[in-house]
Write a protein that binds this ligand. Sequence first.
Ligand code: ADP
Length: 456
Amino acid sequence: MVWRDVPLGRWLRTVGIAAAPLALALIILAALGLIPFGAAALTWLGLTIISAAAIYWLLGDLLRTKRDIELMARGDDITPAGGRSRIGRELAQAVQRLERESRERTGRLVSDHDGLKRALDALPGPVLLLTAGQTVVRANRAAKTLLGGEPEGRDLAAVLRNPDVIAALETAAQTDSGQDVAFTLQSPMARYFSAHIEPLRQPAADGTAIVLALVDVTAARLSDQMRADFIANASHEIRTPLATLSGFIETLRGPAKDDRQASERFLAIMAQHAERMTRLVGDLLSLSRIEMNEHTIPADQVNLAALLATVTDNLEWRAKERSVALTSDIEAGLPSLPGDSGELTQLFQNLIDNAIKYGREDGAVRIRAWRDKAGERDILVSIADEGEGIAREHLPRLTERFYRIDTARSRELGGTGLGLAIVKHIASRHRAELSIKSEPGKGSIFTLRFAPIAAE
Ligand code: ADP
């Protein structure tokens, strides 16, 4: 309806505004005698009626378009209604175009935002985007896992309680330059991190002004520590027999120079220490050689039954020394496995030697080899002794270099503390898993499970 679209008052006012100057111009023209009064009145009436109609159409379109824009601004999905006049139609089309473009732009922004989020989440290291005031704008998945909870929207100091990082962030903001800082998180266990802080030249629309990227350097730190410990331990192990040898040499040159009996005794002890050093150096060299090859799959095929028989024969004399009975139970028809026979000999030698050394005197050491009953293709080899066994707290550390439960006893029995470390590395090269079961007072069982190695 006419009067619903165009309010009557507003229409009349607009018509009045258009008709008044026209009337004034015609009155002046008539007063000057340029046109007769009747013609002026008729012209005014005609033009006023035409303008009133045009204003009605235009005003209607404008008001309908205004209403459409208001509805769109509220978020309503509408089809613009304007369009009875050409201007109205064009306006309606322009509004539709505007709305379409604005939708596309919003869609692009949403997808950019989503893409950024997914890209950040795909990064393996924790990354936090911060405002200049150090509030967390965004934290990627790794950062959430590390820091726990929901860090976004919180103050960084409440999420990552580390004064060094906070200080470095302040320096970065003041100097507008990147900063690197190392820090440690103590709970639930010590983890070492390197943090890189990069301030942005222009803060992003979401308020991000600083990027904080963390790198977990725990593994590298521990490996450095292990290397340092290893060198310290190895030096210590070699220094002790060396110091003893030097001592005896001094004695033999000085006070015991002419004492033949003492010389014989001292030379025997010196020979023992020299042997110990030789064993130690031999084990150190083996370890480094094995470590170098650890990531190459052995190319030869090894007959495990024959290899175990040879190792057992070679150690028979050691077993006899301690009156230990060596027994073997090797399943018939075991398939050969890809392996390095030299390394596997060393592996079983170390395990059987340990079982003889730490087993019960007059006891037994049982060597078993069999195929997994569950139909798997795994081959298992176990070495069981009847010794004192190993307390549970030592089990996880037994394969560490130089880790010994009783250092004096190990040395007395000729141990270097490297035997099980060598076993672990050889096993790893052969894709074998070492498990140790032990009950104090009842003995220990060392089992190796060889999984089939797929050709590469
Ligand atoms: P070591 O040269 O001292 O024997 P290993 O690396 O072979 O060094 O073994 C590390 C430690 O593990 C030994 O010192 C010993 O305390 C313990 N151990 C190894 N095998 C046995 C075993 N069969 N029974 C009890 N303890 C063992």
